[in-house]
Write a protein that binds this ligand. Structure first.
Ligand code: PEP
Ligand code: MG
Length: 874
């Protein structure tokens, strides 16, 4: 097995080798070298070696270092430099790089190869003693910290002492002499803390650094990040050892990071930041605030033009927006990294559309390129324009990740996480965020930092999640210890609420109203392409005219699930349904139902009107009855009074409704079996509404759906009652027009799936209720799973919450069986899904594969399902 791939002028071995072997960074360094970009040469140790390291119980593979030495020798020849040399030493950077980018999560060591001898050599070669000893002290510090676990504070203290001695506060003001002393102090410190001398043998340094990178793969923060991002199944990290170039060799040197297009908006404009006389880490760490790349042409126009040419070359080569790192050493430009740039959902859509226009990609590629789930960000609210204009802005920072967030202040990641878990909306407010904070950043509604640039850790990570973020709001003075922040002269604490606008970078006090998203032209364009390629139809789950109308705007092609019990909430309706439930005889029940009928009819008219010309699947009453009745004494007393019966009566009836396992109790079709008058009332309301709409030339297409069926006999009986009621209403209304109402069932009980061939005889359609089907297949209560789900996820017993993403191998098998058996009886049997999974991209893919006709999901997920359906078809 090849362990190391070389890249440079001598040869480039990794061209076309997959990211899973070379890691993203390694694969792209090889790729950039092969297309002739100026990349400092080096070599990549594969992810497989890291995998072996862990398989060996944390031991370096025997042959690795011999191989490393051979590659170092090639580098030495290519660059005419020598490792540890006293004249012109070779120096390396050692960086991690997994197949999937994990910004800031793993280790980097720079200036490797410096020791007492080669530092003197570097001073000679560069005629810059100060620079050489500055590099050396950085190495001892980084090596001590990253490889040996020496607390960074110790190094800070030693540096402070030197600065005091030389009467300066700035690192950059310490003279060469002082840095030499500092190196000695660092070495002594290193020895004291580790019990060993700082290694003078460059190969020894390299070996330890490589191992430290391997180890960083399994640190808590890295494991946590992979968990949150759902990154699984990787072997480990690759290690990139690359010859050093320096951005800190004077004012003709510099370093920067950039995106080839704007990662927030998608605008086709080079977007980046650079620092003169600085090393790469200074930009990303957010310690100094960098300048925008536009300013570069004033500083060194030829280099800027070269960078622009590289931008075009990279985008043409990858047909993708790139995120790059570069360094200028004494006026010469070097590319240190390129990768696909993380972007907001908004930018993803714009870039995909623009690239089609620019003929870089096809419409199909554009559809495949936007992660369906990221559309959520486009559909999310922003601040109400008028309210925001009026609000007093108390601070301004960089618009690092767009959107609107309102919340109370949390000063640490732990606080943010703990409070968010309790349901509180929080803004994580920090000087700068470090990779250790990912948990809290993920939990927060928004992130506000007082330092750092557009490419700082907080910005990059937040953007990836579509989390609203403002970075570098310098006017915000944070006292993390006392959990307060002073903004515009006023002190804010944990109980105070702020509104942050990630689109403008402004902060306002209090809670500002938000408004729904305005769907842009590019969004509509992408949706048109998606609709062209998909074969699955997309419906929505809605039970009010407003939701129906909104879903229709989002492109819903009908209603796949109207949960009628949701129509009984509020005012007179609640009273009437309670009266129906507590009735002790049929007559009283019918009286109550008669009061409910007009409400239902009006609702249906509203929904049919909103969905004019599109099918509306109405599901008959489903939930356990006890959900509607009051359980406390006061509520029961009030109900008794309103209904004119005794409180004891009410209590007795409520008690009798008590079920040990309500989700498996008296609900769904079981209610209509016991109380057929409920079905009668609902079907009557549906048919009367449809007739009224038809007379008003509104094209109502109701479909009646019977829930929780497990046997053919249940459906047979209820179908007959439904048909009888439809006929009775038509007759009573003297209606002779056309009104074909399909009658179907949900498949949500495993037995129904297994006997779908029997059930299909009674059904015009099936709709998979995968919420209940998942509940009953796993035997997991859908309402209580959170008490153990975190343990299942953290121990990899489950990879995802099965109520969010369909368990294709188990629950999915039942879906597949039911589809096959159903269609073996009726080959045109209409099949859909209306469980939560209908809006989950991975589940939509599955639905496409098993041949469903449609998916149905909540209104806000309709566009996601449309895009996911297209991606499934391509
Ligand atoms: C289902 O069970 O998947 C379903 C859609 O019905 P409900 O969620 O209302 O039980
Ligand atoms: Mg259900």
């Amino acid at each position: 097995k090849k362990m190391i791939y070389y890249f440079g002028k001598t040869r480039t071995e990794g061209t076309g080798v997959s990211k899973s072997i070379l890691g993203g960074k390694g694969a792209n360094l090889a790729e950039m070298t092969s297309i002739g970009l100026p990349v400092p040469p080096g070599f990549t140790i594969t992810t497989e070696v890291c995998g072996d390291y862990y398989a060996n119980g944390g031991k370096m593979p025997a042959a690795l270092m011999a191989d490393v030495k051979t590659n170092v020798e090639t580098l030495e020849k290519e660059l005419s430099k020598k490792f540890g040399d006293d004249k012109n030493p070779l120096l390396l950077s050692v960086r991690s790089g997994a197949a999937v980018s994990m910004p800031g999560m793993m280790n980097t060591i720079l200036n490797l190869g410096l020791n007492d001898v080669s530092t003197a050599g570097l001073a000679k070669a560069t005629s810059n003693e100060r620079f050489a000893y500055d590099a050396y002290r950085r190495l001892i510090n980084m090596f001590g910290d990253v490889v040996m676990g020496v607390d960074h504070e110790h190094f800070e203290e030693a540096f402070d002492a030197i600065k005091k001695k030389y009467k300066t506060e700035e690192d950059t003001q310490v003279p060469a002499e002082g840095l030499k002393e500092l190196c000695d102090a660092y070495k002594a410190l290193y020895k004291k803390e580790t019990g060993e001398d700082f290694p003078q043998d460059p190969i020894k340094q390299l070996e330890k650094a490589v191992e430290a990178v391997f180890k960083s793969w399994m640190t808590n923060k890295a494991v946590k990040y992979r968990e949150i991002e759902g990154i699984r199944g990787l072997l480990g990290t690759a290690v990139n050892c690359q010859s050093m170039v320096y951005g800190n060799m004077g004012d003709d040197s510099g370093t920067g990071v950039a995106f080839t297009r704007n990662p927030n908006t998608g605008e086709n404009k080079f977007f980046g930041e650079f620092l003169i006389n600085a090393q790469g880490e200074d930009v990303v760490a957010g310690i100094r605030t960098p300048q925008p790349t536009e300013e570069m042409s004033k500083w060194n126009d030829p280099v800027y033009q070269e960078l622009m040419a590289i931008k075009t070359k990279l985008e043409t080569h990858y047909s993708e927006m790139q995120d790059i790192e570069f360094t200028i050493e004494k006026g010469t430009l070097y590319m240190l990294q390129t990768r696909t740039g993380k972007r907001t959902g908004m930018a993803a859509v714009k870039i995909a559309c623009d690239m089609v226009e620019e003929k870089l990609i096809t419409e199909k590629e554009a559809v495949l390129r936007v992660p369906a789930g990221d559309l959520t960000q486009l559909l999310l609210p922003s601040f109400d324009t008028a309210a925001w204009a009026k609000a007093e802005k108390i601070a301004k920072g960089l618009p690092a990740s767009p959107g609107a967030a309102v919340g109370k202040l949390a000063f640490t990641a732990e606080d943010a996480k703990a409070r968010a878990l309790k349901g509180e909306k929080v803004i994580l407010i920090r000087k700068e965020t470090s990779p250790e904070d990912v948990d809290g950043m993920h939990a927060a509604a928004g992130i506000l930092t007082s330092t750092g640039g557009m490419t700082s850790h907080a910005a990059v990570v937040a953007r990836g999640w579509g989390r609203c973020c403002i970075a570098g709001a310098a006017g915000v003075k944070i006292d993390a210890k006392n959990k307060t922040a002073v903004i515009s002269g006023k002190t804010y604490g944990e109980g105070d609420e702020l509104s942050i606008n990630g689109t403008s970078g402004e902060v306002a006090e209090g809670s500002i109203a938000t408004q729904p998203a305005l769907l842009s032209g590019d969004f509509a364009k992408l949706m048109v392409w998606a609709d062209k390629f998909r074969t699955l139809k997309v419906r929505t789950n809605a039970d009010s005219p407003e939701d129906s109308a909104r879903a229709r705007e989002f492109g819903a092609e009908g209603i796949g699930l109207c949960r009628t019990e949701h129509m009984f909430f509020g005012g007179d309706r609640t009273l009437a349904i309670r009266q129906m439930i507590v009735a002790n005889d049929e007559a009283t029940r019918r009286t109550a139902l008669a009061k409910l009928l007009p409400f239902q009819r009006e609702d249906f008219i509203g929904i049919f009107t909103a969905m004019n010309g599109l099918p509306v699947t109405v599901r008959l009453l489903d939930p356990p009855l006890h959900e509607f009745v009051p359980h406390d004494e006061k509520g029961q007393a009030e109900l008794a009074k309103e209904l004119g019966v005794s409180a004891a009566d009410i209590k007795a009836r409520v008690d009798s409704l008590h079920e040990f396992n309500p989700m498996l109790g008296h609900r769904g079709c079981r209610l209509s079996i016991t109380y057929p008058e409920i079905l009668e009332m609902q079907v009557t309301a549906i048919v009367e509404a449809a007739i009224e709409c038809t007379l008003k030339k509104i094209d109502a297409i109701p479909e009646i759906m019977i829930p929780l069926v497990g046997t053919e006999a249940e459906l047979k009986l209820l179908r007959r009652k439904t048909e009888e009621t439809i006929e009775a209403v038509k007759k009573a209304k003297n209606f002779t027009g056309k009104l074909d109402i399909l009658i179907g069932t949900m498949i949500e009980v495993p037995r129904a799936a297994l006997t779908a061939d029997e059930i299909a005889g009674q059904a015009d359609f099936f709709s998979f209720g995968t919420n209940d089907l998942t509940q009953m297949t796993f035997g997991f209560s859908r309402d209580d799973i959170n008490s153990f789900l975190p343990d299942y996820l953290s121990q990899d017993i489950l990879l995802v919450d099965p109520f969010q993403s369909l368990d294709t191998s188990g629950v999915g098998q039942l879906v597949e069986i039911a589809c096959k058996k159903g269609r073996s009886i009726k080959d045109k049997l209409k099949l859909g899904i209306c469980g939560e999974h209908g809006g989950d991209p991975a589940s939509v893919q599955f639905c496409h594969t098993v041949g469903l006709d449609y998916v149905s999901c909540s209104p806000f997920r309709v566009p996601i399902a449309r895009l996911a359906a297209a991606q499934a078809a391509l």
